[in-house]
Structures are given as C-alpha cells and as structure tokens.
Design a protein. Structure first.
Length: 427
C-alpha cells in the first residue's frame, strides 16, 4: 500500500485506539495525508463545506429540536400514558409500554439517541419500580431506541438518501416492515422475561381511563399523522416536515399543554444544536476522509475484489452485513455511510439489487449499530440514565441484538418485506 493508504487505515486506527475523538481522528488523518501527498489544503476545506450543503440534511436539526420540544412540552408523557392504558395489563406490561411509546416517538424524532433518552428517562425508573431488573430495563429502552432510525421519519434514511441519491420518502417507507417486526420481537422478549421472573401484572385499564388518556393525548398522537401524512400526501418534503413538526410541537406545548414558555426555547435549541453539531461535524470530516479514500481508489479496489471473488448475490449480501455489524460496533454509523457509501453502491449496482431495498439493509445495519456494544450511541444514553456500567448493559442486551440480526436477515433476503409498502404507495 502507498503511504496515503497506510495513514488512512493504520494511522486512523491508531488514533482511535489512543482515545482521540472520532471526528477529530478523521480530520487529523486527512490533514496528515494532505501534507504527505502535497495536496492543496483548500480542497479539504471545500470538501468539508460541500458535504453539509444539502437541503435534505437540514431536516436533522429540526427533527432533533422537535424531539426536545415534545419532551419539554409534556407530549412524550402523554404518548406514554396512551400506551400504558392500552397494554399495561399484559404480562410484561411496563416493558410493552416502553416499546409502544418508542414506536410513536420514533415517528416524530427519527433519531435513536433522542428516542432512547425521551422514553428511557421515564420508563427505566418506572420498570425498575415494578420489579424489572435494571439491566433488562436499560437494555429494553436502548433496543427500543433503535426504532428511531427504522420507523419513519429517519435521520439515517435522510443521510443515506443524500449519499445514494435515492427517494427519501421511499426509504422512509422501506423501514416500516423492519421497524414493526423489531417492535413485536421486543414485546415478545419482554413477555418471556416477565413470565420467567414473575413480574406482577397491572390491572386492566377501564374504558373510562382509556378514553381519558386518548383525549388527553390526542394532540401528541396527531403529531406523527401530521408529519408523515404531509410527506406522503405530497404537501411538504421531509425537510419541510421536520420544520412543521417543530412548529406544531411548539404551539401545542405553549398554548394547549401550557408547559412551555418562550424563555425555555434557548435551552431547547441549544441542546438540539449540540447533538446536530456532532452529527454534522462527523458528516463533514467523513466527507474529507472519504474523498481521499476515493482518490486512492481503495473503495473501488475492494469492490472489484469482492465482485471478482464473490459471484453469488446472497454471499455478497452476507459479507456486507457481517462487515457492517462489526464495523458499526466500533465506528460511527454516519461515518460508515459517508465513507463506505460509494463501495456499497457499487456493489449493489454490480449485483443488480434494488436501491431502495439495499438502502433499507444499510439503514437497518446502522440502526443495530446504535445499540451494539461497545460504542453504540444509545448504549451510552441508557447507561447515563440507569447509572449502570457498559458491561452490565452489554450482557443484558444480547438477546435483543440477536433479535435485531434476525430482522436484518429477513430484510436482506426477503426484498418484499421492505419494498411492499413503497411499491403499494408509488405504483
């Protein structure tokens, strides 16, 4: 390999092992290559700026802000209350409430960490109070957070749509099947856990309680209908939908729930900006790194090797899944999509895979990476809420990871599983 290739691979890995933050390690490796290869530095600056100048990427900060507003405005609590009266009487009722609440919140935020934080902050202590093991409660909240990138809207879907130049609305729809199956599987695991550990069942909610919860939660429940209905009804784009969700949540929080004040907005915006800044920094740094990878033709060479040595579509898909599962467990998921996107797109084109189907495979993989030890974002959110160590949460989450891999295999080898809804809507 050339000196550039060594710096981009071994040098970058050494920086990560030394504890350098991921985005900073990307920039350092890129800058060193510019010096060694005598490349004009202004090219890096241009690449960094260009990587963040997509209209679709503007949806990310607004979906993040919508999640913050919903939590502060009390809408998240209303969603949890609705889920509570519907399923609390089943074995594992509080766990089912966690999963159902995450499903609804995911249809608003599009973010795995945001879903984990909003639902986990309320449900982890509630589950522990009902007799659930704290490790299991944390693992369930973390796994339910994975629904954020799967159930539309999806920030990961937006990023992949920009990279692969595919319809973001179709990618959103392709995540519905995997997302709902994962939710059903998590509820099944919760049912078995509750039976095995003798978790007491809650009393069934009366019709009056259900009716009251639905009346109180009608504005919160309407949020995903407004967002998704507007996208698929052609009223606004996914980016505009993110802005609409912010305005809607803000108006409801201020004038209907009356739990928000204008003075609360700076703090909410600041929290959303912090998360968005991290995401956009990684996207920008990954683009510069990815540009050098492309210049070295590393992705092209690897794609050519795979295409020459792997002749069966199923084998190629299995290799992609195995590779992504390993790398997403130790590398930022956004960087994986940006840096390795050209390789994956070339492979999918070579083997004639439907681009929306392949996009659903990629998004499902990176969603799993959000919960996979050792560096999944949702893991650290769950650890911060519960106060548990990484080892404790990692031990508890493996049954959920196995379930996620099963959903991934179904998504990979049964294209209709992810394509039936886009095909139904976009005939």
């Amino acid at each position: 390999m050339s000196a550039t290739a060594w710096i981009l691979s071994a040098g970058f890995a050494a920086l990560l092992l030394a504890g350098v933050p991921f985005g900073v390690a990307l920039l350092i490796a890129t800058a060193v290559v510019l010096v060694v290869a005598d490349i004009e530095p202004v090219l890096l600056a241009q690449t960094l700026v260009a990587a963040t100048q997509s209209f679709s990427l503007m949806a990310i900060p607004f979906f993040m802000l919508a999640g913050e507003i919903m939590t502060a405005g009390g809408l998240s609590q209303k969603l949890i209350r609705v889920a509570d009266v519907l399923v609390r009487h089943l074995p594992g009722g509080m766990g089912h409430v966690t999963v159902m609440s995450a499903c609804i919140f995911a249809a608003i935020s599009g973010s795995a960490p945001a879903t984990t934080a909003a639902i986990g902050a309320i449900m982890i202590p509630a589950m522990v109070a009902k007799g659930y093991d704290r490790g299991f409660a944390t693992a369930l909240a973390v796994s339910a957070g994975v629904l954020g990138p799967l159930i539309p809207p999806s920030i990961a879907g937006i990023i992949w749509g920009v990279i692969a130049q595919q319809s973001i609305a179709r990618l959103f729809m392709a995540g519905v099947g995997p997302g709902l199956l994962l939710a059903a599987g998590l509820m099944a695991i919760t049912y078995v856990h509750a039976r095995r550990h003798g978790i007491a069942q809650e009393p069934r909610a009366s019709l009056a309680e259900i009716g009251q919860a639905l009346r109180d939660g009608v504005w919160a429940l309407a949020t995903p209908l407004v967002v998704l209905g507007g996208i698929y009804g052609g009223v606004f784009t996914p980016t505009e939908a993110a802005i609409v969700s912010c305005i809607y949540s803000l108006l409801v929080g201020m004038f209907i729930e009356k739990r928000l004040r204008l003075s609360d907005l700076p703090g909410l915006v600041l929290r959303a900006m912090r998360v968005t800044a991290m995401v956009m920094f990684i996207i920008a740094a990954s683009a510069g790194f990815g540009w050098l990878v492309a210049q070295e033709q590393l992705a092209t060479k690897l794609a050519g090797w795979l295409a020459h040595n792997v002749t069966e579509r199923w084998a190629m898909l299995m290799m992609v899944n195995l590779f992504l599962f390993v790398i997403c467990a130790v590398m930022d998921e956004i960087a994986v999509m940006v840096i390795l996107g050209p390789l994956f797109i070339a492979l999918s084109t070579k083997f004639g895979i439907d681009p929306i189907h392949f996009g659903s495979i990629i998004v499902t993989n990176v969603a799993i990476g959000m919960a996979a030890p050792p560096i999944g974002y949702c893991l650290f959110v769950g650890m911060a809420i519960s106060g548990l160590s990484l080892a404790t949460v990692a031990r508890a989450i493996w049954p959920m990871i196995v379930l996620m891999l099963g959903v991934l295999m179904l998504t990979t080898y049964v294209p209709a599983f992810s394509l039936w809804l886009p095909g139904l809507v976009y005939r």
